[in-house]
Design a protein. Structure first.
Length: 208
């Protein structure tokens, strides 16, 4: 039986997904999260085979969780399940390690079929989002504006919450000067004018 965690900020959605998965007798939901930070915590603690992630949640968001999983070398397969077909978010999800991108208007059995295909074939895209991906491949534009490390994402998430450098340092156990240096580097790498604009860029790409 494949172990799954579900991360979505809507309780009814999580409950519905749990019901759909449990009816197959192939999947066992071992954890639920209403935000990205909790999803990442559950993944590191429970090591599920599959993480079904919404793309927009409180804290770090779906693509950022995918990135953390990939960079940590974990075996969890991250699948984005979302109502968004925005090309920027789609691109961010794929670049940051999502193995599937599924739009929420699928039927229960279509969803199960997509998950099975990810497990057997390695990846799956909802037909609704294949056209832009093919265009990006043809134009060689499947790229992110800058490389952000997991710590960068954590810092930007706290910047977006209005934390000062000192408060960020206290939260992440870093010195204020270290945080300041990181923020300056992030701003420069993203081509932003300031820390707020950097956070806005990260939000646009579904990272925080």
């Amino acid at each position: 039986m494949h172990r799954v965690i579900i991360a979505d900020d809507h309780e009814l959605t999580r409950r519905g997904l749990r019901q759909v998965l449990s009816e197959t007798q192939e999947f066992s939901v071992v954890g639920e999260a209403a935000d990205g930070n909790t999803a990442w915590k559950l993944i590191t603690e429970l090591h599920p085979e599959i993480a079904l992630l919404d793309i927009r949640m409180d804290g770090i968001q779906g693509p950022a969780v995918c990135r953390l999983v990939r960079d940590a070398g974990l075996s969890t397969v991250c699948i984005i399940l979302t109502s968004y077909t925005d090309e920027v978010l789609l691109r961010s999800a794929l670049i940051n390690g999502a193995r599937g991108y599924i739009v929420k208007d699928v039927t229960s059995w279509e969803l199960i079929g997509y998950i099975r295909r990810v497990l057997t074939q390695g990846a799956v895209l909802d037909p609704k989002v294949t056209a832009p991906v093919m265009r990006w491949v043809e134009e060689d534009h499947l790229q992110f504006p800058a490389t952000l490390k997991p710590l960068d994402i954590q810092i930007l998430a706290l910047v977006a919450e209005g934390f000062t450098n000192k408060e960020i340092g206290t939260t992440l156990n870093l010195s204020e000067n270290t945080v300041k240096a990181h923020v300056n580097t992030i701003v420069e790498n993203l081509g932003a004018r300031n820390r707020v604009e950097a956070a806005v860029i990260a939000y646009r790409y579904g990272l925080i």
